[in-house]
Design a protein around this ligand. Structure first.
Ligand code: S3P
Length: 430
């Protein structure tokens, strides 16, 4: 599939659907399982392309992983179980894979090289290379301006106190993975709290770490113990269905077992400010991550001002939030989103272009968008720019529009949400 045409959903979205297991948590389960001693079992592994990049990298590092349906078994043999990869590790489209591996491999006693696709080669790595260097790491970028590929000469590391200029869970996690191998104290202080899956999962793997306000610290070196990880449904995947059900009249969707870690659910708060009433029915926690059944019915949305810490908790939901904003009555401003320019695509520019093509009134700012709604989206061909979340945001706009929308390079949705278009077809079937 290279292009897909999506027609408006005549009678809304209906039913109960499981969404794929959380991609962000799955990367961490694979990497912590790979360095832990003993078996780690991961339940609910969706096998999207990003997670496969991490899985394949772990295999290339000598870790035995078996897959049975949606269950992974990782037979970790501790830090010393990792061996030099025979070739460059291909991180494909995955920023989490390359940045976390940079921290993990920086302290191993062998050389390695990390590369990825054209999009990954455009993404900034200085934010992880500079703090790693302060721990004694020798990780250098081969691309201009500290872009991938990355070449790592593994060597002993020392702990360091890091004060990050940009809140980033990927950078924080890379430094914690380096800190686990380093001698002494490693601490990471963020300007605002980014997602905390690594901290929660490290505790589940038996690591000792302390968390105080915006700082997390640990004393290295430490060994991890394998455990069982039950992945919740990925909130960032559910987000497309949540907004679709809100904006397409006559919808009612139930989404069971969705991860509702508060560092991830800023979209729900933003939508509440816009007049949505989404029910979150809490389920028992599993593996230190809260989960819930999310129930969504159509609603009339109005404009709101969204930015700051709220936007950080909705960092990956910017594209779909902008679709919701274009459907809302009145003006919505989404600000403090400059980081979105260095994701899988420049999501600020790409969303401005997409919404404009679909007929929305949108103004691009350096750090976000101003959108005047409501818009009745028209027929258009829009390009995903190879960005999974852009493709899926366009599909939701098509469902609520007045005419078919063609999305080119649509198959990239598989990066995080295998089966997305099929699920939309089932949810909108007459
Ligand atoms: C992620 C962190 C965020 C997010 C990305 C996944 C993670 O990136 O946008 O999709 O799994 O740690 P940054 O750390 O660059 O903010």
């Amino acid at each position: 599939m290279s292009a897909i045409t999506i027609t408006p959903a005549a009678r809304g979205l209906h039913g109960a659907f499981a969404v794929p297991g959380d991609k962000s948590i799955a990367h961490r389960a694979l990497l912590l399982g790979a360095i832990a001693r003993g078996a780690t079992v991961v339940e609910g592994f969706a096998g999207g392309a990003d997670n496969r990049a991490t899985l394949d990298a772990c295999t290339a590092l000598g870790v035995a992983i078996t897959t049975t349906g949606a269950t992974l078994r990782i037979d970790g043999r501790g830090w010393d179980g990792l061996r030099a990869p025979g070739a460059t590790l291909d991180c494909r489209n995955s920023g989490t894979t390359i940045r976390l591996l940079a921290g993990l491999l920086a302290g191993r006693p062998f050389a390695s090289r990390l590369d990825g696709d054209a999009s990954l080669r455009r993404r900034p790595m200085r934010r992880v290379l500079a703090p790693l260097a302060r721990m004694g790491a020798a990780v250098v970028a081969e691309g201009a301006d500290d872009r991938p590929p990355l070449r790592i000469a593994g060597r002993p590391l020392g702990g360091a106190a890091h004060d990050l200029p940009v809140a980033s869970a990927q950078v924080k996690s890379a430094l914690l993975l380096a800190g686990l191998q380093a001698s002494g104290v490693t601490s990471v202080t963020e300007p605002a709290p980014s997602r905390d899956h690594t901290e929660r999962m490290l505790a589940a793997f038996g690591a000792r770490l302390t968390r105080a306000s915006r700082t997390v610290s640990l004393v290295g070196p430490q060994e991890l113990r394998g455990t069982t990880v039950m992945l919740p449904g990925d909130f960032s995947s559910a987000a497309f269905l949540i907004v679709a059900a809100l904006v397409v009249p006559g919808s009612e969707l139930r989404l069971p077992s969705i991860g509702v870690n508060p560092t991830r659910t800023g979209l729900l708060d933003a939508l509440a400010m816009m007049g949505a009433n989404v029910d979150v029915e809490l389920e028992p926690d599993a593996g230190g991550e809260p989960r819930a059944t999310v129930v969504v019915r159509s609603a009339r949305l109005h404009g709101a001002s969204i930015g700051g810490e709220l936007l950080l908790r909705a960092i990956d939901e910017f594209p779909i939030l902008c679709v919701a904003a274009a459907c809302a009555e009145g003006r919505t401003e989404v600000r403090d989103a400059a980081e979105l320019r260095v994701k899988e695509s420049d999501r600020v520019a790409v969303m401005a272009e997409m919404l404009g093509r679909l007929g929305a009134r949108v103004e691009e700012l350096p750090d976000g968008l101003v959108i005047d709604g409501p818009t009745r989206f028209g027929s258009a061909t829009v390009d995903s720019h190879g960005d999974h979340r852009i493709a899926m945001a366009a599909a939701v706009a098509a469902l609520v529009g007045s005419a078919p929308v063609t999305i080119t390079d649509a198959e990239c949705a598989d990066v995080s949400f295998p089966g997305f278009y099929d699920l939309l077809r089932r949810a909108t079937a007459p």
